[in-house]
Design a protein around this ligand. Structure first.
Ligand code: PEP
Ligand code: MG
Length: 322
């Protein structure tokens, strides 16, 4: 009932067998912070910082960013704030330096950031200066290689040294996370989870790039199927590899909000969800219906299935039993 849900919102979520499951919120603007705290979020799992672009031709200044990030971090400290570096380009038109015939396969996210270093340097500098409570993490969008991770890490390390030396302050280094949303990153998941502090699974783009189905094209919208066996197997591989390598895994794509997917994701070993805050209460109350043992059996069964229909039928059957 609604009452159960609003009560569930303020308490931490726990499986029927007593394991804590953590729920963060996805946000686009700092004005959402009050609402996500009221909704029971345990931090911000995804701040889409590209929303700071109000003018497609103008990059937000370092000082504006520093103020904005500090206000956010200060408002929710000691809870964590994961700031995703600007995911500009592609279908996200906040900033489009060029016109491209196929923007989703073009200049987007970390690719732009590494090609135009003044943008990423200003953003990381602002984050370092804003991290006075030590609760900010950075998340890098569209990672497809270990080289990109190393290149961003090198910029972070260099700026960290420069800023700590110049200010003489003990600055907290933000945690370093990679978005897993390109199939190449899934192939490299063993190595990626050994070199980052956490991963965040972007099922929206991972579905788009795995199935070669544009996430915004209505002509192919029926083919945009997040329960496709290819996605189900990728999720299992990503989450179980992260767990083996003791790398924190968060899901931040829309699949994390789907009650049908919930027991499957728990069964893969997922313990951290980042969702729109209006879904938190509902998901927290659902978590309490499952034991991990049964979800693990369910996940193994889903791996054997070869069609999205069969997977959804199996998950529906699980839901109707709870
Ligand atoms: C995703 O791709 O699933 C994701 C969370 O990022 P965005 O929707 O902002 O691309
Ligand atoms: Mg994405």
């Amino acid at each position: 009932s609604e009452e159960d849900e609003s009560e569930a919102a303020v308490y931490p979520a726990m499986t029927k067998c007593g394991v804590r499951i953590c729920f963060y919120a996805n946000i686009d603007f700092k004005e959402e912070l009050d609402a996500i705290c009221a909704a029971g979020a345990e931090g911000v799992g995804l701040f889409r910082s590209e929303n700071l672009f109000t003018d497609a031709s103008k990059v937000p200044s370092e000082s504006l960013q520093e103020r904005y990030y500090f206000q956010m971090a200060d408002a929710i400290a000691p809870l964590p704030l994961d700031i995703r570096l600007f995911d500009i380009g592609g279908d996200k038109l906040m900033y489009s330096p060029v016109k491209e015939p196929n923007p989703n396969l073009g200049w987007r996210g970390v690719r732009i950031l590494l090609d135009l270093p003044e943008i990423i340097e200003a953003q990381i500098t602002a984050i370092l200066k804003a991290n006075l409570h030590g609760n900010i993490d950075i998340l890098v969008p569209m990672i497809m290689s270990l080289d990109e991770i190393a290149a961003v890490r090198a910029i972070l390390d260099r700026l960290y040294l420069e800023i700590s030396q110049k200010s003489g302050l003990q600055i907290e280094k933000p945690g370093f996370g990679a978005m897993i949303e390109v199939p190449a990153a899934v192939e490299l998941i063993e190595e990626i989870t050994r070199v980052v502090d956490f991963i965040s699974i972007g099922t929206n783009d991972l579905t788009q790039y795995t199935l070669a189905v544009d996430r915004n094209n209505v002509i192919v919208q029926d083919l945009f199927e997040k329960f496709h066996p290819a996605l189900i197997r990728q999720l299992y591989r990503i989450i179980s590899t992260a767990q083996k390598n003791r790398c924190k895994a968060i899901i931040c794509g829309d699949m994390g909000s789907d009650p049908l997917a919930l027991p499957f994701l728990l069964g893969c070993g997922l313990r951290h969800f980042s969702v729109v805050s209006s879904d938190i209460a509902k998901l927290k109350s659902l978590v309490g219906r499952y034991t991990l043992e049964e979800t693990e059996g369910l996940a193994r069964e889903c791996l054997m299935l070869t069609t999205a229909e069969a997977i959804k039928d199996r998950l529906e059957r699980c839901r109707s039993m709870h």
